[in-house]
Design a protein around this ligand. Structure first.
Ligand code: FES
Length: 182
C-alpha cells in the first residue's frame, strides 16, 4: 500500500446505485478510516453493524472503497468467526460454547435448538424465521451456560428453557411478515 492510496478518496463515495442509505454509514466509516487498507476489519465491523450481515454487494463495496482486491476482503472476512454472510432470521439465539459454558452443557443447548428447528449452528431456517449461532466466551462465565436470545442475555440456561423461550419469541411474530400477531 502506498501513502497515496491510504488517504486518497475512492471513486465510489456517491450514493449507492441501490439508493440504500445504509451505504452512507459505510462511506463515513471508510472516510473516518482515511481509506486505510489497514482499517479493513474495523470497516467490516461497521458494515456488519449497519447491515446485520456482510452481503456480496457490501463486501465488493468495501473492496472498492479501500482499493483492495475483493479476494483479500473475502479472505479476511471469512477468516474471522464474528462476521456473518447470510441475512439474520426474524429471531436469533446465540449459544456460548466457551469453556465454562461447554462444561455446563452448552452443547446440549445447541443440539436441542438445532434439532427443534432443524437448523445447523451458524445458519438460518429455510423460512427465515430463526437463526442459530454459537460464540466463544461472551464474558459472563459466572452465568454459564449463557444464551443470547434476540439480544437479551440469559444465564444458567438449560435446553428445554432455551427451546421454550425461542418458541415463545417465534409465536410473537407471524410467519412470513415479521408482524406482531393481534
Ligand atoms: S464461556 Fe460462556 S460466557 Fe464465558
Amino acid at each position: 500500500m502506498s501513502a497515496d492510496t491510504a488517504t486518497a478518496p475512492p471513486d465510489n463515495t456517491d450514493s449507492h446505485p441501490s439508493g440504500d442509505d445504509r451505504f452512507e454509514f459505510l462511506d463515513k466509516a471508510m472516510r473516518r478510516a482515511r481509506y486505510s487498507q489497514d482499517q479493513l476489519i474495523e470497516v467490516l465491523h461497521v458494515a456488519q453493524e449497519v447491515f446485520g450481515y456482510l452481503s456480496e454487494d457490501v463486501l465488493l463495496y468495501v473492496a472498492r472503497g479501500l482499493r483492495l482486491p475483493p479476494s483479500r476482503v473475502y479472505g479476511v472476512a471469512t477468516f474471522y468467526h464474528l462476521f456473518t454472510f447470510d441475512p439474520p432470521g426474524d429471531h436469533a439465539a446465540t449459544v456460548c460454547t466457551g469453556t465454562a459454558c461447554f462444561v455446563k452443557g452448552a452443547d446440549a443447548v445447541v443440539d436441542a435448538l438445532a434439532r427443534e428447528y432443524r437448523v445447523v449452528p451458524g445458519a438460518t431456517t429455510e423460512d427465515g424465521r430463526f437463526t442459530l449461532k454459537t460464540a466463544r466466551c461472551l464474558g459472563s462465565c459466572g452465568m454459564a451456560p449463557v444464551v443470547v436470545i434476540d439480544g437479551e442475555v440469559r444465564g444458567n440456561v438449560q435446553s428445554d428453557a432455551a427451546v421454550t423461550e425461542v418458541a415463545a419469541r417465534l409465536a410473537t411474530t407471524a410467519a412470513g411478515d415479521g408482524q406482531e400477531e393481534s
